[in-house]
Design a protein around this ligand. Structure first.
Ligand SMILES: [Zn+2]
Length: 220
C-alpha cells in the first residue's frame, strides 16, 4: 500500500498538479452528488470518466438514503446530501445500485446477530423486497426497486424537492451491471431501467409514486 501511495505522488500527481492546485485555490465545485453502494466493484470515477473535483461522493451499504423524518438519527448520508445540495449547489444527484449487491442479498437472507447496525440499516431497502425466493432475476429487480425507493426518499427532503421543482436539480437512478460493464438508467417515462447505450435520457425528477408494470406501487 505504501508503494502505491508513493507511486501516486511520483507518477500521477505531477501530470495533474495544476488541476489539483486549481481545486485548492478555487475550491471544489462538483456538479454531481453520487450516492453509491460501498461495494468495492463500484468505481464511480471509472464509470463516469470523472476526474478530481467532479464528483461529491457518499457511499454506504446498499446506496441507501435515510428518511428525512430523522428516524435514523444523525446520519452521515443525510449530512452529505445537505452539504451537496445546500452548500455546493450540485445540479444532479445519482443513486447508484448494482448487480450482485450484498446488501440486497442480505436483506433476504439475514445478517449475523452481532451485526446490529447492519440489520437496522437494511430496513431502508425493505420496501423494495419482493415476496419471492431471491433468485438472480428477483435480486436484480430488487436492486433496481431499491434505487427507485431511495430516489423517492430523496424527494421527501424539502430542499431536494424545492430544487427539483425549480429545475435546478435532477435526480438519476442507476443500476450498474458489473459483469456487462454497463449502467442501466431509470427512465421515468418508461418506468423501467434502460441500458445506457439505448437510453434517451438519464432520468429527471420529480418522482411521483412509481407504478411498476405489475401494478405494484412502490412508495415511501
Ligand atoms: Zn451493494
Amino acid at each position: 500500500m505504501l508503494r502505491r501511495l508513493r507511486r501516486f505522488q511520483s507518477d500521477y500527481f505531477p501530470r495533474h498538479q495544476q488541476r489539483f492546485q486549481d481545486l485548492v485555490a478555487q475550491g471544489q465545485h462538483p456538479k454531481t452528488l453520487f450516492i453509491g453502494c460501498s461495494d468495492s466493484r463500484v468505481v464511480p470515477y471509472l464509470l463516469t470518466g470523472a476526474g478530481p473535483g467532479e464528483l461529491f461522493i457518499v457511499r454506504n451499504v446498499g446506496a441507501f438514503v435515510p428518511p428525512y423524518d430523522g428516524s435514523y438519527g444523525l446520519h452521515g448520508t443525510m449530512a452529505a446530501i445537505e452539504f451537496a445540495v445546500l452548500s455546493l449547489h450540485v445540479e444532479r444527484i445519482i443513486v447508484c445500485g448494482h448487480s450482485h449487491c450484498g446488501a440486497i442479498r442480505a436483506s433476504y437472507e439475514g445478517v449475523p446477530d452481532e451485526a446490529v447496525a447492519l440489520k437496522a440499516w437494511l430496513e431502508l431497502g425493505r420496501e423494495a423486497l419482493l415476496p419471492v425466493c431471491p433468485v438472480p432475476e428477483a435480486l436484480r429487480r430488487t436492486e433496481q426497486r431499491a434505487v427507485v425507493l431511495q430516489l423517492e426518499r430523496l424527494m421527501a427532503y424539502p430542499f431536494v424537492q424545492r430544487e427539483v421543482e425549480a429545475g435546478k436539480l435532477t435526480l438519476h437512478g442507476w443500476h450498474y451491471v458489473i459483469e456487462d460493464g454497463e449502467i442501466h438508467v431509470f427512465d421515468v417515462e418508461q418506468g423501467d431501467f434502460v441500458p445506457a447505450s439505448l437510453a434517451s435520457n438519464a432520468g429527471t425528477g420529480p418522482y411521483p409514486h412509481f407504478v411498476e408494470h405489475d401494478g405494484q406501487i412502490l412508495s415511501v
